[in-house]
Write a protein that binds this ligand. Structure first.
Ligand SMILES: Nc1ncnc2c1ncn2[C@@H]1O[C@H](COP(=O)(O)OP(=O)(O)OP(=O)(O)O)[C@@H](O)[C@H]1O
Ligand SMILES: [Mg+2]
Length: 346
């Protein structure tokens, strides 16, 4: 049975729909990310799970029990908000202890759990510090310890790493993943950072304009995007239009003078999507000319004009000579590196 179930959940603010038909079943121990651009409804969905917003439609169940009538404090959820407000007049230990005091946990047990929670996030020895004397990253970790200490059935994190610089953010991502794996805490993370979602999650819910575009493992949403939005939001990609043509019983994808075997079931006009790192230069393939060549350390980034429109190609810097700007090239890729979608009629 799923631990947490959202069934066709929706939320409107007056005439504006923030979330629509949101259905998701979360398994115990899973790490899920809600990924999408600003304003797509991530926080609204999380707040409905947390109980700070009532859904306009649909049901939310935790361990089979309907959550909608249950007050936030009774849901047993650990929450780290988008702004991770700690109580400024309380020390780190007092901040972490707060939820346990509310739950009337006896003093000895409380002290022990607070000590362990702070140690878990790498803050042993910081018990007596006040938030104003801690760095942003340390404060963020106190907020995480405060959410974890109550042993939540589900941990809800709303952009918990957004205020950190790139380096600290990466360190915290690794830490967060280790903590989550060690404790087995079911976690939902809200983020607009696709790398963060991919590096942390078992499954990603990609959202746009209040709706779910796709739910899948990081590999599935990256390799088999269900829509143009998902393909583009999960990183750079190339898209070409092609026709499926049948000759002598064989179906082929054709775009200008380029062609490849068509997968079973493909018909009509399709959109081919190929990631730039899956393309290499060969002696025959999609003909084009390099319009720019940029060195980026561990790889080269090429922009090309092809028969089918502009394309980008990323090649690892393996020390071999690379084609130059202005050169004519042929772009090649494995059939298995293409993902196909039926083109939506304009
Ligand atoms: N209390 C509110 N009243 C009216 N509209 C709201 C309210 N809260 C959110 N909205 C609207 O609902 C939509 C979704 O907002 P939400 O905060 O869920 O987005 P988000 O995906 O978390 O964005 P961000 O990445 O910027 O935090 C937005 O269009 C927003 O303006
Ligand atoms: Mg938000």
């Amino acid at each position: 049975m799923s631990l947490l179930e959202l069934d066709r959940v929706g939320k409107s603010f007056g005439p504006n729909t923030a979330v629509e038909e949101f259905s998701l079943a979360v398994t115990k121990g899973e790490f899920i990310s809600f990924l999408g651009p600003s304003g797509c409804g991530k926080t609204t969905t999380l707040q409905m799970i947390a109980g700070f917003l009532d859904p306009s439609h649909g049901t939310i169940r935790l361990e089979g029990k309907d959550l909608v009538a249950m007050p936030p404090a009774k849901r047993g959820l650990g929450i780290v908000f988008q702004s991770y407000a700690l109580f400024p007049h309380m020390t780190a230990a007092e901040n972490v202890a707060f939820g346990l005091e509310m739950r009337k946990v006896p003093r000895d047990e409380r002290d022990e759990r607070v000590r362990k929670a702070l140690a878990l996030v790498g803050l042993a020895g910081y018990e007596g510090r006040h938030p104003r004397r801690m760095s942003g990253g340390q404060q963020q970790r106190v907020a995480l310890a405060r959410a974890l200490v109550i042993r939540p059935s589900v941990l809800l994190l709303d952009e918990p790493l957004s205020n950190l610089d790139a380096r600290l953010r990466e360190d915290m991502q690794i830490e967060l993943r280790q903590i989550q794996r060690n404790l087995g805490t079911t976690t939902i993370l809200v983020t607009h950072d696709q790398i963060e979602a991919m590096s942390l999650s078992d499954r990603i819910v990609v959202m746009s304009k209040g709706k779910i575009e796709q739910i899948g493992t990081p590999q599935q949403v990256y390799e088999q995007p269900a829509s143009a939005f998902v393909a583009q939001f999960l990183g750079k990609t190339n898209e070409f239009a092609a026709e499926v043509e049948r000759t002598a019983g064989l179906a082929r994808l054709v775009a200008g003078s380029w062609s490849a075997p068509a997968p079973a079931g493909a018909t009509g006009t399709v959109t081919i999507s190929v990631r730039p790192e899956r393309i290499s230069f060969g002696s025959s393939g999609l003909a084009g000319r390099i319009t720019s060549r940029i060195f980026q350390g561990n790889h080269w980034l090429f922009q090309c004009d092809t028969e089918c429109g502009p394309a980008i190609v990323i090649r690892q810097n393996d020390g071999q000579p690379q084609p130059d700007q202005g050169e004519t090239v042929h772009l090649i890729w494995q059939d298995s590196d293409m993902s196909l979608r039926a083109s939506v009629a304009a």
